[in-house]
Design a protein around this ligand. Structure first.
Ligand SMILES: [Zn+2]
Length: 121
């Protein structure tokens, strides 16, 4: 396993930052960022082992979206069984009267919606 990856961003080497400048004198270049593997996530396997920043990640995804989605095509929608529970809740609001400079509380009812997963084994 290699300790470093070159950033996979197709435009990485065109971003004008000091961290990309290499070379000396009149022979300077902007170079693709070299990423130390596992430097972003102590548990390993971070997407940022392959990309130096989110711009490079999205440039790559934009350029290769068709090829990437062909790796594991989604040909139909997936569904997660759920239960939707709606419950009335009594709440208390308050309004401020600028003339009396007092707060008045008033009750109101709201609907709390809870989505829970149904375990179908
Ligand atoms: Zn990059």
């Amino acid at each position: 396993m290699t300790d470093y990856n070159w950033c996979h961003g197709p435009e990485c080497h065109t971003q004008e930052t000091q961290s990309r400048v290499r070379g000396s004198g009149d022979n300077k270049v902007l170079r693709t960022i070299k990423i130390r593997v596992n430097s972003h996530n102590q548990y390993g396997n971070s997407i940022f082992d392959y990309f130096c920043n989110t711009r490079c990640l999205y440039d790559y995804l934009r350029e290769h979206a068709q090829a990437i989605s062909a790796i594991a095509p989604r040909r139909e929608a997936l569904e997660t069984p759920i239960k939707v529970v709606k419950e009335k809740q009594q709440c208390e609001g308050s309004s401020y009267n600028h003339e009396t400079r007092e707060y008045t509380s008033y009750p109101y009812t709201t609907t709390k919606t809870t989505i829970s997963r149904v375990d179908n084994g």
